[in-house]
Design a protein around this ligand. Structure first.
Ligand code: HEM
Length: 318
């Protein structure tokens, strides 16, 4: 069975196995009879080697059935432009913030009760009695603000680096939806402790939504779920906060990252594009390069557009 590292790593990056590793004998075979015989490997050593290889073999087994290594290789070894810097980590930082929110949210949901009479006391119980409860609740509460700050910084980076332009407009639009969903996540989460602050802040938020043109009144009615903020409002906010929005955010992050990998990353605006290489005149054109020959300076054309006669990797066509 092929090793996973052989499937994942492109040939130039593959590690040459060292003596003793699988397939390579620990000591070279004796050159002549005077040489020492090769060291006998103990049963214990062989078992150890097998145990070390087990996880990679298991992954290779899965990969043979999923054929995911091609995608992973493409994703992990894709080219990134020169000059990328710390600003490019803001998207991943937002992703990590979201993952932290999802994990801590699952643990909070185990102890939280979305009822007007028990919500506040269940949060007090989490903070006062549950093992690490206050820590996990604190991570979730502060993590929400961290995610909002990071998403704005990430949006600022993509805006100022011109990453919203062709061909990444769709990814920008997906990002805008992610921003709205993240803000809605923060808004719906705020009511859940059902204390004085969250109650009155939610009323203010619902009323602000009501001032929107055309859809505003419908939106605030939908959010309030009745004439007053109460039990149905809390259940509705809870369902939106822990089921609807996380599902939508996960799906959109998937599409967002797919496009990031597919389209590649935008180079920083201050980096200069490489000078186009001028083709050497050649009589042996590649298939696909139109035979309508040469421009006066010797470069061939495809559909009338002057092209570089070199391959993308700089090698001349055969
Ligand atoms: C949950 C929220 C989000 C997550 C997890 C996320 C994640 C990411 C990641 C990991 C990248 C690649 C690395 C990077 O360039 O930083 C990226 C790129 C990108 N993101 Fe987001 N993002 C989110 C929200 C947004 C928002 C709100 C916008 C804009 C409105 C946006 C627009 C973009 C664009 C245009 C790119 C391509 C950047 C390039 O080509 O250089 N994203 N995102």
């Amino acid at each position: 069975m092929p090793k996973l590292s052989d499937l994942l790593f492109p040939a130039p990056l593959r590690k040459t196995p060292k003596p003793g590793e699988s397939g390579v004998p620990k000591t070279p075979a004796p050159q002549n009879l005077k040489d020492e015989p090769p060291e006998q490997q103990t049963e214990y050593g062989r078992l150890g080697e097998k145990a070390l290889e087990a996880p990679t073999e298991a992954l290779a087994w899965v990969d043979q059935r999923m054929a995911a290594s091609g995608f992973l290789t493409g994703m992990l070894f894709r080219k990134v432009p020169k000059g990328t810097n710390w600003f490019y980590t803001l998207g991943s930082a937002t992703l990590i913030a979201f993952i932290v929110q999802a994990i801590t949210g699952v643990f909070l949901a185990m102890f939280y009760t979305p009822s007007t009479t028990q919500a506040y006391t269940s949060i007090a119980h989490i903070n006062n009695d549950v093992f690490l409860g206050q820590f996990v609740h604190g991570m979730h509460k502060w993590g929400a603000s961290v995610m909002v700050i990071l998403i704005f910084l990430h949006m600022g980076r993509t805006f100022f680096f011109g990453a919203y332009k062709y061909p990444r407009e769709l990814n920008w639009v997906i990002g805008v939806v992610l921003l709205i969903l993240t803000m809605t996540m923060a808004f719906t989460g705020y009511l859940l402790p059902f204390d004085q602050r969250s109650y009155w802040a939610s009323i203010v938020g619902i009323n602000i939504n009501g001032t929107g043109p055309i859809v505003g009144p419908y939106l605030s009615d939908f959010l309030r779920a009745g004439p007053e903020v109460g039990a149905t409002t809390l259940s509705r906010f809870y369902a939106i906060h822990m089921l609807l929005l996380p599902g939508a955010i996960i799906a959109l992050i998937g599409a967002h990252l797919y496009l990031v990998v597919k389209l590649g990353t935008t180079a920083p605006p201050w980096t200069k594009a490489d000078k186009p290489r001028v083709a050497e005149p050649t009589t042996n054109l590649e298939a696909g390069v139109s035979g309508n020959g040469y421009r006066p300076n010797g470069a061939p054309t495809i559909a009338g557009v002057q092209v570089d006669a070199n391959h993308g990797d700089g090698t001349a066509p055969a």
